[in-house]
Design a protein around this ligand. Sequence first.
Ligand code: SF4
Length: 404
Amino acid sequence: MMALTRWKYGDREIIVSHKADALTVSLTEQNLVSYDHAGRYLGSYDRGTNIRRGLDNIFQRRWRDGGKTGPTLRQRSLRDDEARVHLEDLRAQVGRLLEDRTAAAAHPATKEVLQRAVDYSYDRLASSARDFSQLYGHIPILPPDQYRALVVQATDGCTYNKCTFCTLYRDKTFHVRTPGEFREHIRLVLDFMGEGLSYRTSLFLGDANAIAITTARLFELVNILHETPALQKALKHGGIHAFMDIYTGTRKTVDDYRKLKELGLRRVSLGVESGDEALLTFVQKPGSRQNVYDVVHSLKAAGVAVVIIFMVGLGGHDFREKHLNESASLAQLLPLSKGDIIYLSAFSPNPQAPYLPLAAEIGLRAMTVDEINTEMQEWKKVLGDTIHGTGAKVVPYSFQRFIY
Ligand code: SF4
């Protein structure tokens, strides 16, 4: 559905945009608030400040403030008490709006979503976040183009789990779901999402390396997605996406990828990190440029789009030049085209990961945040020039801004 409703409320005009995926209401002239169809708060925008809520009940606040080199994007998570005040204030405003006689101008379906939003107290959202955590554990990352995907965990964790900079799945033992477990997982996911499912525009086959499972099991699990009526819209609209680490797991042929494409596989995200093999060895990521070349050629020959993720700043000053040059020369060898994306992820060392002590052992000179920002601009230019004319895009992103 798509309904745009305007009505006079006191001395201002309320505008509600009720679309097929979500509902947005302007409570004041400067304020926009969005809810999914279940009435869960998605986020709001108010005079230059953006607040987004994740299903884990993290409220992220983002704003820009002036710096010497221009406005800088800032971000912090709200404390529980701040998030509660923020949410309850919006709830009260929407509640008053619904009670006003002028609300009669709104479509009944629109009023129903607004009523659901009022029913979602902060405590109820916190309880929903506990259900989310029981269902998924933790979803630590998705590629930026998939933040609105419905995650369906064909696997738990990462097949490899030993890259020295990465702690994303350290607390999980890798496990491939059986068809029975996967069906039950999907049933619970749909139950959890409820009407909010319409906000999810594609399917992301989690966790870190779902494409690496044996070909027969992968087909079995993907076919379960097709058997599930509630998933048909996302399958048709955004298709299936997944991470793949390229170096581990079962190799697939072009024919396998072609069949997966027929079953809806749209784009595969490859955590390449660097085209510099010495740097990959240092961070204990197995594999080679040849592996990347082979996998990307196979996927593209099957008509599946790719995301290549490079980690800018990895290896600090010591690897800087080779990291950039060899990543660019690798990108040049890949048959990239429209629909493919190169993501440049700003490296931010996790103190819990083995990377920092290992870097200290060899006296590696790390880059500061400002240096990585400058480096990011250089990568954007060099990689942009390298793939110019292919139709693929180069997009810098910050892993810290992930919210699900
Ligand atoms: S970077 Fe990827 S392959 Fe390496 S441990 Fe992390 S999730 Fe696994």
